[in-house]
Design a protein around this ligand. Structure first.
Ligand SMILES: [Mg+2]
Length: 101
C-alpha cells in the first residue's frame, strides 16, 4: 500500500492552509498543462529532455498528493490500490505467462 510520509503530509497540509484550495486547483491546472506540453515535446517533437519530462511528472504528482490529502488520503490510496490490482489482473489476462511479484 502506498502511503505519504508524515513530513510530506505536514508540508502539503501547511501549503493548503497557507494558500487554499483555489490556489491548489490553479496549480493543478498549471502543472497538468506543463506536463502535457512536455509530454508532447518529448514523445512527438524531440524538443525537451527526459529530465524535463520527469520534472513535470513530479510536479503533477506533488499536486495530486496534496489534493489526495485534502480529499482523504486513506480513501484515495485505497481506490488507487484497487485500480493497481485491477491493472495487474488485466496484465495477467493479456499475458498469462506474467506473474506478479
Ligand atoms: Mg511544472
Amino acid at each position: 500500500m502506498l502511503t505519504l510520509s508524515s513530513d510530506q503530509k505536514k508540508i502539503y497540509q501547511e501549503a493548503t492552509a497557507l494558500w487554499g484550495v483555489e490556489f491548489l486547483r490553479g496549480m493543478i491546472h498549471e502543472e497538468y498543462g506543463e506536463y502535457l506540453v512536455a509530454e508532447n515535446h518529448y514523445f512527438n517533437r524531440n524538443r525537451c529532455t527526459e529530465d524535463d519530462l520527469v520534472e513535470e511528472v513530479a510536479d503533477v504528482m506533488v499536486t495530486m498528493f496534496q489534493l489526495a490529502l485534502l480529499l482523504g488520503e486513506t480513501e484515495v490510496l485505497e481506490v488507487m490500490q484497487r485500480k493497481i490490482v485491477r491493472l495487474g489482473e488485466r496484465v495477467a489476462q493479456a499475458n498469462p505467462q506474467w506473474k506478479e511479484g
